[in-house]
Design a protein around this ligand. Sequence first.
Ligand SMILES: [Zn+2]
Length: 179
Amino acid sequence: MKEHFASIISAIGEDLTRPGLADTPERAAKAFEFLTRGYQQKLDDVVNDALFPSDSNEMIIVKDIELYSMCEHHMLPFIGRAHVAYIPTGKVLGLSKVARIVDMFARRLQIQEQLTLQIAETVKSVTGAEGVGVIVEAKHMCMMMRGVEKQNSVMKTSAMLGSFRDDPATRTEFLSLVR
Ligand SMILES: [Zn+2]
């Protein structure tokens, strides 16, 4: 990856031998490895048995989970927040694990719609929840820094599974808690 970044830097017309750029290919490669570390993670390690028995069947919501991802069309960042809710059926997930599931899927080349759905489906399969709702709101650098340069547009996506899809009252409760 380091060699490829060196090629890119040359291709844009820069001088790879100037002092400021000397270590840039290596730094960029390390940064890129970090930004895509989701590919190296396994769900079992991320969840790490942090599933706890619970009698609650009330909605659990984790709001404002910071999210940093990269669009698969331009490999530019999109950053924002995820809100994740579910209604448990006997098992609840440690709070930090919800954020780690978000991170595992965000740290890949993504499109926001797919990321949203992957988070929802994973929370549902891990917890066995009767329903899951996920909303992601993010600003895309590929829109802000290039092309249409729409600096203030925020993209919102949602995925509703199980009772969040079938029961309007559940969905309404979720949406009002997120707002
Ligand atoms: Zn893009």
